[in-house]
Design a protein around this ligand. Structure first.
Ligand code: KG4
Ligand code: ZN
Length: 337
Protein backbone atom coordinates (compact mmCIF):
# COMPACT_ATOMS: atom_id res chain seq x y z
CA UNK A 1 0.00 0.00 0.00
CA UNK A 2 1.56 3.26 -1.07
CA UNK A 3 -0.72 5.85 0.46
CA UNK A 4 -2.13 6.78 3.82
CA UNK A 5 -4.94 4.36 4.58
CA UNK A 6 -7.92 5.58 6.61
CA UNK A 7 -9.86 2.78 8.30
CA UNK A 8 -13.27 3.31 9.91
CA UNK A 9 -13.79 0.79 12.73
CA UNK A 10 -17.24 -0.14 14.05
CA UNK A 11 -17.89 -2.11 17.26
CA UNK A 12 -21.29 -3.13 18.68
CA UNK A 13 -20.70 -6.61 20.13
CA UNK A 14 -22.01 -5.92 23.63
CA UNK A 15 -22.95 -2.74 25.48
CA UNK A 16 -20.73 -0.09 23.85
CA UNK A 17 -21.63 1.52 20.53
CA UNK A 18 -18.25 2.55 19.16
CA UNK A 19 -16.70 4.00 16.00
CA UNK A 20 -13.12 5.11 15.37
CA UNK A 21 -10.88 6.36 12.61
CA UNK A 22 -7.35 4.96 12.46
CA UNK A 23 -4.58 6.06 10.09
CA UNK A 24 -2.29 3.37 8.68
CA UNK A 25 -3.38 0.90 11.34
CA UNK A 26 -1.56 2.48 14.27
CA UNK A 27 -2.54 6.14 14.64
CA UNK A 28 -5.90 6.96 16.23
CA UNK A 29 -7.54 10.01 14.63
CA UNK A 30 -10.77 9.59 16.61
CA UNK A 31 -12.21 7.09 19.08
CA UNK A 32 -15.88 7.50 20.03
CA UNK A 33 -17.45 5.19 22.60
CA UNK A 34 -21.08 5.56 23.61
CA UNK A 35 -21.54 3.34 26.64
CA UNK A 36 -24.85 1.79 27.61
CA UNK A 37 -23.67 0.88 31.11
CA UNK A 38 -26.07 3.25 32.96
CA UNK A 39 -28.98 1.78 30.98
CA UNK A 40 -28.18 -1.83 31.95
CA UNK A 41 -27.10 -1.09 35.52
CA UNK A 42 -30.60 -1.30 36.97
CA UNK A 43 -30.87 -4.87 35.63
CA UNK A 44 -27.50 -5.90 37.11
CA UNK A 45 -26.12 -6.88 33.69
CA UNK A 46 -26.49 -6.43 29.95
CA UNK A 47 -30.02 -7.06 28.62
CA UNK A 48 -29.45 -8.17 25.00
CA UNK A 49 -32.70 -6.79 23.54
CA UNK A 50 -32.16 -3.38 25.14
CA UNK A 51 -28.55 -3.38 23.91
CA UNK A 52 -29.58 -4.03 20.28
CA UNK A 53 -32.24 -1.33 20.34
CA UNK A 54 -29.86 1.22 21.81
CA UNK A 55 -27.18 0.36 19.22
CA UNK A 56 -29.75 1.14 16.50
CA UNK A 57 -30.36 4.57 18.00
CA UNK A 58 -26.66 5.30 18.58
CA UNK A 59 -24.83 3.83 15.62
CA UNK A 60 -25.13 6.59 13.00
CA UNK A 61 -24.53 9.52 15.41
CA UNK A 62 -21.47 7.68 16.80
CA UNK A 63 -20.06 7.08 13.29
CA UNK A 64 -20.76 10.73 12.37
CA UNK A 65 -18.97 11.87 15.52
CA UNK A 66 -15.93 9.69 14.76
CA UNK A 67 -15.63 11.16 11.25
CA UNK A 68 -16.16 14.70 12.56
CA UNK A 69 -13.60 14.28 15.40
CA UNK A 70 -11.05 13.09 12.84
CA UNK A 71 -11.82 16.21 10.77
CA UNK A 72 -12.57 14.07 7.75
CA UNK A 73 -15.51 13.51 5.41
CA UNK A 74 -17.18 10.23 4.41
CA UNK A 75 -15.30 10.25 1.10
CA UNK A 76 -11.95 10.11 2.95
CA UNK A 77 -12.67 6.66 4.36
CA UNK A 78 -10.70 3.99 2.49
CA UNK A 79 -12.09 0.88 4.17
CA UNK A 80 -14.58 -0.20 6.83
CA UNK A 81 -13.77 -2.76 9.55
CA UNK A 82 -16.54 -4.16 11.73
CA UNK A 83 -16.78 -6.66 14.58
CA UNK A 84 -18.73 -9.70 13.34
CA UNK A 85 -18.25 -11.87 16.46
CA UNK A 86 -18.13 -13.07 19.12
CA UNK A 87 -20.82 -11.21 21.04
CA UNK A 88 -24.58 -10.76 21.34
CA UNK A 89 -26.13 -11.60 17.97
CA UNK A 90 -28.66 -8.75 17.90
CA UNK A 91 -26.01 -6.25 18.98
CA UNK A 92 -23.45 -7.48 16.42
CA UNK A 93 -26.02 -7.30 13.62
CA UNK A 94 -26.47 -3.55 14.10
CA UNK A 95 -22.78 -2.85 13.50
CA UNK A 96 -22.56 -5.34 10.65
CA UNK A 97 -25.62 -3.83 8.90
CA UNK A 98 -24.24 -0.28 9.30
CA UNK A 99 -20.82 -1.33 7.97
CA UNK A 100 -22.26 -3.19 4.99
CA UNK A 101 -24.49 -0.24 4.11
CA UNK A 102 -21.60 2.24 4.26
CA UNK A 103 -19.27 -0.05 2.33
CA UNK A 104 -21.89 -0.46 -0.40
CA UNK A 105 -22.87 3.23 -0.53
CA UNK A 106 -19.25 4.47 -0.56
CA UNK A 107 -17.97 1.60 -2.69
CA UNK A 108 -15.24 0.77 -0.19
CA UNK A 109 -13.89 -2.62 0.99
CA UNK A 110 -15.47 -4.26 4.02
CA UNK A 111 -13.40 -6.13 6.64
CA UNK A 112 -14.87 -8.61 9.14
CA UNK A 113 -13.01 -8.40 12.46
CA UNK A 114 -12.88 -10.93 15.27
CA UNK A 115 -13.52 -9.01 18.53
CA UNK A 116 -11.01 -11.09 20.51
CA UNK A 117 -8.25 -10.49 17.99
CA UNK A 118 -9.21 -6.81 18.19
CA UNK A 119 -8.55 -6.78 21.96
CA UNK A 120 -4.98 -8.00 21.34
CA UNK A 121 -4.50 -5.35 18.63
CA UNK A 122 -5.39 -2.56 21.10
CA UNK A 123 -1.77 -3.02 22.20
CA UNK A 124 -0.43 -2.01 18.77
CA UNK A 125 -2.19 1.33 19.21
CA UNK A 126 -0.67 1.92 22.65
CA UNK A 127 2.83 0.65 21.76
CA UNK A 128 4.31 1.75 18.41
CA UNK A 129 7.31 -0.57 18.91
CA UNK A 130 5.28 -3.73 19.53
CA UNK A 131 5.46 -6.50 16.92
CA UNK A 132 4.64 -10.22 17.01
CA UNK A 133 5.65 -12.79 18.14
CA UNK A 134 4.41 -12.61 21.72
CA UNK A 135 2.25 -14.38 24.29
CA UNK A 136 -1.16 -12.71 24.72
CA UNK A 137 -3.48 -13.10 27.69
CA UNK A 138 -7.03 -12.03 26.82
CA UNK A 139 -9.23 -11.46 29.86
CA UNK A 140 -12.67 -10.00 29.23
CA UNK A 141 -16.27 -10.29 30.37
CA UNK A 142 -16.87 -13.24 28.07
CA UNK A 143 -13.43 -14.78 27.48
CA UNK A 144 -10.20 -15.82 29.15
CA UNK A 145 -7.58 -17.18 26.76
CA UNK A 146 -3.85 -17.59 26.24
CA UNK A 147 -2.74 -17.02 22.68
CA UNK A 148 0.65 -17.61 21.11
CA UNK A 149 0.61 -14.87 18.49
CA UNK A 150 3.21 -15.83 15.91
CA UNK A 151 2.52 -13.10 13.34
CA UNK A 152 -0.15 -10.47 12.66
CA UNK A 153 -2.45 -13.16 11.26
CA UNK A 154 -1.47 -16.31 13.14
CA UNK A 155 -3.14 -16.95 16.50
CA UNK A 156 -2.51 -20.24 18.30
CA UNK A 157 -4.94 -20.87 21.14
CA UNK A 158 -2.96 -22.50 23.98
CA UNK A 159 -5.69 -22.54 26.60
CA UNK A 160 -8.94 -20.96 27.69
CA UNK A 161 -11.42 -21.02 30.51
CA UNK A 162 -13.37 -24.22 30.96
CA UNK A 163 -16.26 -22.41 32.61
CA UNK A 164 -16.62 -18.74 33.62
CA UNK A 165 -14.55 -15.95 32.12
CA UNK A 166 -12.50 -13.93 34.62
CA UNK A 167 -14.66 -10.81 34.10
CA UNK A 168 -17.82 -12.86 34.61
CA UNK A 169 -16.55 -14.00 38.04
CA UNK A 170 -15.69 -10.40 39.01
CA UNK A 171 -19.15 -9.21 37.92
CA UNK A 172 -21.02 -12.01 39.72
CA UNK A 173 -19.22 -11.57 43.03
CA UNK A 174 -19.66 -7.80 42.90
CA UNK A 175 -23.38 -8.28 42.27
CA UNK A 176 -23.78 -10.52 45.33
CA UNK A 177 -21.91 -7.91 47.38
CA UNK A 178 -24.44 -5.32 46.21
CA UNK A 179 -21.97 -3.41 44.03
CA UNK A 180 -23.24 -1.85 40.77
CA UNK A 181 -22.66 -3.31 37.27
CA UNK A 182 -20.05 -3.77 35.88
CA UNK A 183 -18.51 -5.21 39.00
CA UNK A 184 -14.89 -5.59 37.85
CA UNK A 185 -13.85 -1.96 38.40
CA UNK A 186 -15.80 -1.91 41.71
CA UNK A 187 -13.96 -4.96 43.07
CA UNK A 188 -10.69 -3.46 41.86
CA UNK A 189 -11.42 -0.26 43.85
CA UNK A 190 -12.69 -2.03 46.98
CA UNK A 191 -9.73 -4.45 46.97
CA UNK A 192 -7.32 -1.55 47.44
CA UNK A 193 -8.69 -1.13 50.97
CA UNK A 194 -8.54 -4.84 51.80
CA UNK A 195 -5.97 -7.46 52.79
CA UNK A 196 -5.30 -9.83 49.85
CA UNK A 197 -4.12 -12.53 52.24
CA UNK A 198 -7.07 -12.31 54.67
CA UNK A 199 -9.00 -15.26 53.22
CA UNK A 200 -7.50 -18.34 51.62
CA UNK A 201 -9.85 -19.10 48.74
CA UNK A 202 -9.01 -22.29 46.82
CA UNK A 203 -6.70 -21.65 43.89
CA UNK A 204 -8.15 -23.01 40.62
CA UNK A 205 -6.44 -26.30 39.72
CA UNK A 206 -6.60 -26.96 35.98
CA UNK A 207 -4.04 -28.75 33.84
CA UNK A 208 -2.22 -27.25 30.91
CA UNK A 209 -3.04 -23.68 29.98
CA UNK A 210 -6.76 -23.83 30.60
CA UNK A 211 -8.37 -21.72 33.31
CA UNK A 212 -11.37 -22.21 35.59
CA UNK A 213 -13.09 -19.60 37.73
CA UNK A 214 -16.46 -21.13 38.61
CA UNK A 215 -15.09 -23.10 41.62
CA UNK A 216 -13.50 -19.96 43.02
CA UNK A 217 -16.67 -17.99 42.34
CA UNK A 218 -18.75 -20.57 44.26
CA UNK A 219 -16.23 -20.58 47.15
CA UNK A 220 -16.53 -16.80 47.49
CA UNK A 221 -20.34 -16.91 47.27
CA UNK A 222 -20.44 -19.70 49.90
CA UNK A 223 -18.16 -17.69 52.16
CA UNK A 224 -20.46 -14.66 51.88
CA UNK A 225 -23.65 -16.74 52.44
CA UNK A 226 -22.28 -18.67 55.44
CA UNK A 227 -21.01 -15.52 57.13
CA UNK A 228 -24.37 -13.86 56.55
CA UNK A 229 -26.27 -16.85 57.97
CA UNK A 230 -24.09 -16.85 61.07
CA UNK A 231 -24.78 -13.14 61.46
CA UNK A 232 -21.08 -12.30 61.16
CA UNK A 233 -19.94 -8.94 59.86
CA UNK A 234 -18.27 -9.40 56.48
CA UNK A 235 -15.23 -7.34 55.55
CA UNK A 236 -16.12 -6.83 51.88
CA UNK A 237 -12.75 -5.21 51.13
CA UNK A 238 -10.89 -8.29 52.41
CA UNK A 239 -13.18 -10.60 50.38
CA UNK A 240 -12.63 -8.49 47.24
CA UNK A 241 -8.85 -8.34 47.74
CA UNK A 242 -8.52 -12.07 48.51
CA UNK A 243 -10.69 -13.09 45.55
CA UNK A 244 -8.82 -10.73 43.23
CA UNK A 245 -5.42 -12.04 44.41
CA UNK A 246 -6.49 -15.63 43.67
CA UNK A 247 -7.63 -14.72 40.13
CA UNK A 248 -4.54 -12.61 39.46
CA UNK A 249 -2.17 -15.36 40.71
CA UNK A 250 -3.81 -17.96 38.51
CA UNK A 251 -3.69 -15.73 35.39
CA UNK A 252 -0.10 -14.61 36.05
CA UNK A 253 1.34 -18.08 36.79
CA UNK A 254 -0.11 -19.65 33.63
CA UNK A 255 0.89 -16.76 31.39
CA UNK A 256 4.49 -16.68 32.60
CA UNK A 257 4.73 -20.45 32.33
CA UNK A 258 3.31 -20.46 28.78
CA UNK A 259 5.69 -17.69 27.65
CA UNK A 260 8.68 -19.50 29.18
CA UNK A 261 7.83 -22.80 27.51
CA UNK A 262 7.15 -21.17 24.14
CA UNK A 263 10.46 -19.32 24.28
CA UNK A 264 8.73 -15.97 23.73
CA UNK A 265 10.26 -12.79 25.17
CA UNK A 266 7.18 -10.53 25.28
CA UNK A 267 3.86 -10.76 27.12
CA UNK A 268 0.80 -8.77 26.10
CA UNK A 269 -2.27 -8.24 28.27
CA UNK A 270 -5.64 -7.55 26.60
CA UNK A 271 -9.40 -7.27 27.27
CA UNK A 272 -11.57 -5.45 29.79
CA UNK A 273 -10.03 -7.16 32.85
CA UNK A 274 -6.61 -5.90 31.68
CA UNK A 275 -7.79 -2.63 33.27
CA UNK A 276 -7.50 -4.37 36.67
CA UNK A 277 -4.74 -2.64 38.64
CA UNK A 278 -3.69 -5.74 40.59
CA UNK A 279 -3.40 -7.87 37.46
CA UNK A 280 -1.41 -5.21 35.66
CA UNK A 281 1.02 -4.66 38.52
CA UNK A 282 1.51 -8.38 39.33
CA UNK A 283 2.09 -9.37 35.70
CA UNK A 284 4.39 -6.38 35.20
CA UNK A 285 6.42 -7.29 38.32
CA UNK A 286 6.71 -10.95 37.29
CA UNK A 287 7.75 -9.96 33.75
CA UNK A 288 10.43 -7.63 35.11
CA UNK A 289 11.70 -10.30 37.48
CA UNK A 290 11.98 -12.90 34.71
CA UNK A 291 13.18 -10.66 31.89
CA UNK A 292 10.04 -10.54 29.74
CA UNK A 293 8.92 -7.33 28.04
CA UNK A 294 5.43 -6.44 29.25
CA UNK A 295 2.78 -4.58 27.27
CA UNK A 296 -0.76 -3.57 28.11
CA UNK A 297 -3.10 -1.05 26.48
CA UNK A 298 -4.07 2.34 27.87
CA UNK A 299 -7.23 2.06 30.03
CA UNK A 300 -9.58 3.40 27.34
CA UNK A 301 -8.31 0.77 24.89
CA UNK A 302 -8.63 -2.14 27.40
CA UNK A 303 -12.42 -2.20 27.34
CA UNK A 304 -14.51 -2.41 24.17
CA UNK A 305 -13.70 0.21 21.54
CA UNK A 306 -13.62 0.53 17.75
CA UNK A 307 -10.02 1.76 17.39
CA UNK A 308 -8.79 -1.77 18.14
CA UNK A 309 -11.21 -3.08 15.47
CA UNK A 310 -9.90 -0.59 12.89
CA UNK A 311 -6.31 -1.57 13.79
CA UNK A 312 -7.03 -5.29 13.37
CA UNK A 313 -8.94 -4.55 10.16
CA UNK A 314 -5.99 -2.62 8.71
CA UNK A 315 -3.64 -5.61 9.18
CA UNK A 316 -6.23 -7.88 7.53
CA UNK A 317 -6.42 -5.50 4.56
CA UNK A 318 -2.64 -5.85 4.10
CA UNK A 319 -3.21 -9.53 3.30
CA UNK A 320 -6.38 -8.89 1.26
CA UNK A 321 -8.61 -10.43 3.90
CA UNK A 322 -11.81 -8.63 2.86
CA UNK A 323 -15.45 -9.63 3.45
CA UNK A 324 -18.33 -9.91 1.01
CA UNK A 325 -21.49 -7.87 1.26
CA UNK A 326 -23.40 -10.90 2.55
CA UNK A 327 -21.36 -10.76 5.80
CA UNK A 328 -23.23 -12.12 8.82
CA UNK A 329 -22.78 -11.95 12.60
CA UNK A 330 -21.17 -14.92 14.40
CA UNK A 331 -21.98 -14.78 18.13
CA UNK A 332 -19.79 -17.81 18.99
CA UNK A 333 -16.77 -16.96 16.82
CA UNK A 334 -13.51 -18.33 18.28
CA UNK A 335 -10.15 -16.52 18.34
CA UNK A 336 -8.72 -18.57 15.50
CA UNK A 337 -11.69 -18.18 13.13
O1 KG4 B 1 -13.53 -6.54 27.07
P1 KG4 B 1 -14.73 -5.99 27.74
O2 KG4 B 1 -14.96 -4.50 27.70
O3 KG4 B 1 -16.02 -6.64 27.17
C1 KG4 B 1 -16.05 -7.97 26.72
O4 KG4 B 1 -15.61 -8.18 25.55
O5 KG4 B 1 -16.45 -8.83 27.52
O6 KG4 B 1 -14.68 -6.51 29.24
C2 KG4 B 1 -15.65 -6.19 30.18
C3 KG4 B 1 -15.28 -6.89 31.48
C4 KG4 B 1 -16.37 -6.79 32.55
O7 KG4 B 1 -16.55 -8.08 33.09
C5 KG4 B 1 -15.78 -5.83 33.56
O8 KG4 B 1 -16.23 -6.05 34.89
C6 KG4 B 1 -14.30 -6.14 33.42
O9 KG4 B 1 -14.10 -6.28 32.04
N1 KG4 B 1 -13.46 -5.06 33.96
C7 KG4 B 1 -12.65 -5.21 35.04
C8 KG4 B 1 -12.06 -3.95 35.29
N2 KG4 B 1 -12.50 -3.08 34.31
C9 KG4 B 1 -13.35 -3.78 33.52
N3 KG4 B 1 -12.41 -6.29 35.82
C10 KG4 B 1 -11.56 -6.14 36.84
N4 KG4 B 1 -10.97 -4.96 37.15
C11 KG4 B 1 -11.17 -3.85 36.40
N5 KG4 B 1 -10.57 -2.70 36.69
ZN1 ZN C 1 -14.49 -7.04 24.58
Amino acid sequence: MDKNIITLGIETSCDETAAAIVLNGRTILSNVISTQIPLHRKFGGVVPEIASRRHIVNIMPVIDQAICDAQLGLADIDQIAVTHGPGLVGALLVGVAAAKTLAFALDRPLIAVNHLQGHIFANFLSHPDLEPPFMALIVSGGHTALIDMKSYNDFELLGQTRDDAAGEAFDKIARVMGLPYPGGPQIDKLAREGNPNAIDFPKPKVDDYDFSFSGLKSAVLNYLNSAQMRGETINNADVAASFQRTVVDSLTDKTIDAAKRSGLRSIVLAGGVAANSALESKLRAECERRGFKFYYPSKILCTDNAAMIACRGYYQSLVNDFADHDLNAYPALTIQA
